[in-house]
Unconditional design. Structure first.
Length: 528
């Protein structure tokens, strides 16, 4: 009898186990693709867009930008700027833990920014913002930032995507290990990295501190995020069509139109980039170091033709260094634009001594033909833009060829100054883009065109001392842009609309008014 009872219990146990296994939910996974593999995920050692596209899932800042554009506490509980702008007191949110289980404390904040101050972090786009900043920690959850001059807009620096907080235990790992798996507080952490193919992120189960604009403040609803590295635009799009990835920022109007004609499979989300594409002229290399030459080349470029041919419905011509969505932009700056005027371009070239004396269609000076090389990304969209610019410059007698490189090579080549023209872009939705990309102190790093104007530097420094969104600050930023437009280190080209196709199986997505998708509420519908 006892044997029969044991047998029955064993059968019942097996039945329950089988039944439970049948109803155990499968892991949900969202798949996306980016154009290049990050060289590192260490947020302090890189300025690559590919790096931030990945560590943006795993790391977090003390402050974030709310839907109304205001600065709101994230890993911070609250913060307050002193009336004189010389210090900021920040109290941390309690109960926050890094991926390694250690607690977020004032020690972690000081460790993070002291590491960012180190010369090894010089390639970080926010490296200059933390020089001459001192820290005090009155207790375990309070940090006081102290400045040598007023910094009333410092909260904007703290919400920058590169100002993420990392665990002090990072000091126990070498640079290579940390570059593969940063120890942060974000909703995901690195599970696997297969070089040349993908990085796989897994949900951080203890996460409980999402931004207030999310309904879900706890762990992400999607278990895993798989990010493929696919350099070719067509291959990425084919992967989307074949359901190999779920999300893709579309590259061409043809892709957008194809998705719109088949709306049963994908949703489209639209937002404007917080930066511009531009033609940059090397400010320290002849002949683009001459104002007349930069003006002539700028007048030779038809932005309307480029947008109409390459990005109809996906962009607008740009006329200012800042994008329209960024504080400091002003429509009044359009009057300072070097508009398309090929006849004026030819006159300016002649005034600089460039004439076509032998009738071959290329102007020359002192017997040397005017030939330039345009450095740009190995990307279909940029190649198409180059072809149009090449044709437009040929109309005024300037010969150009192209040098295409990967996104990781741009920051390696431009500090050498060994280029004539840079066809590139930035996505930095803050007015500090002007300082980051065009101030003298950034020459040799993020100031890729070697531009220098002490008057611009002074205006930007004055603007940095003023509170965010003040009219006086905006006035200084507009004045700085007037000088930049006159000097023409850049010819602003276009501002791009990001149109992202998302498989219908992914629901719960929002669009942030400043650009970008909000994905912490996202879920996989019926685990399709």
């Amino acid at each position: 009898m006892r044997k029969l009872q044991i047998l029955c219990l064993l059968i019942l146990f097996l039945f329950v186990m089988v039944a439970c296994s049948e109803f155990t939910p499968e892991l949900t996974r969202i798949r996306l693709a980016i154009g290049s593999e990050p060289s590192t995920l260490d947020p302090h050692r890189s300025s690559e867009p590919a790096s931030s596209e990945v560590f943006g899932w795993t790391c977090e800042t003390l402050i974030y930008q709310g839907l109304d554009g205001s600065d709101q506490p994230l890993l911070a509980d609250h913060f307050e700027m002193a009336s004189d702008g010389l210090s900021m007191t920040l109290t941390l949110r309690k109960g926050v833990h890094f991926h390694d289980g250690t607690s977020l404390t004032s020690e972690a904040v000081v460790y993070t920014f002291a590491r960012l101050q180190d010369e090894a972090s010089v390639n970080s786009p926010i490296y200059p913002d933390f020089q001459n900043v001192k820290f005090e920690t009155p207790d375990e959850y309070t940090v006081i930032f102290k400045f040598d001059e007023p910094r009333p807009a410092f909260s904007t620096t703290l919400r920058n995507g590169y100002a993420v907080i990392i665990s002090p235990s990072s000091a126990n790992y070498d640079e290579g290990e940390l570059g593969r798996n940063p120890i942060c507080t974000g909703p995901y952490q690195v599970k696997e990295w297969k070089s040349g193919e993908y990085v796989l992120l897994e949900r951080y189960a203890d996460y409980q501190w999402a931004a207030a604009y999310y309904q879900n403040r706890g762990p992400a609803k999607i278990d895993e995020v798989q990010i493929y590295f696919i350099s070719d635009d067509n291959t990425r799009y084919l992967a989307l069509q074949n359901r190999e990835i779920d999300m893709l920022s579309l590259s061409t109007p043809e892709e957008v139109n194809a998705i719109r004609q088949n709306p049963t499979d994908f949703d489209l989300y639209e937002s404007w980039v917080g930066g511009i594409s531009y033609v940059g002229f090397n400010y320290q290399r002849s002949p683009t170091n001459e104002l007349l030459i930069r003006q002539a080349l700028s007048h030779a470029i038809s932005k309307d033709e480029i947008v109409a041919s390459i990005l109809p419905g996906m962009g607008d011509p740009a006329f200012a260094p800042l994008a329209p969505s960024v504080f400091g932009f002003s429509s009044t700056l359009k009057q300072y634009e070097y508009v398309y005027d090929p006849n004026l371009s030819k006159q300016l070239l002649a005034g600089a001594g460039f004439l076509d004396t032998d009738g071959d269609g290329v102007v020359e000076r002192n017997g040397k033909p005017f030939h330039l090389t345009i450095l740009t990304l190995a990307d279909d969209a940029y190649n198409n833009i180059f072809v149009i610019i090449q044709s437009q410059l040929a109309e005024v007698g300037v010969s150009v060829d192209i040098l295409t490189v990967s996104s990781t090579e741009i920051p390696e080549i431009t500090p050498t100054g060994e280029f004539d023209i840079l066809l590139f872009h930035y996505n930095w939705p803050f007015p500090s883009a002007l300082s980051l990309f065009l101030s003298s102190e950034r020459i040799g790093s993020s100031n890729r065109v070697w531009y220098s104007n002490p008057d611009v530097d002074k205006l930007l420094a004055q603007a940095d001392l003023l509170p965010n969104n003040s009219e006086e600050k905006k006035s200084l930023l507009v004045e700085a842009q007037q000088l930049i437009l006159h000097d023409a280190p850049w010819q602003p080209l276009l501002v791009r609309k990001i149109i992202t196709a998302v498989n219908h199986r992914v629901q719960g997505i929002q669009v942030h008014p400043a650009g970008g998708l909000l994905l912490h509420d996202a879920y996989i519908e019926n685990n399709k």
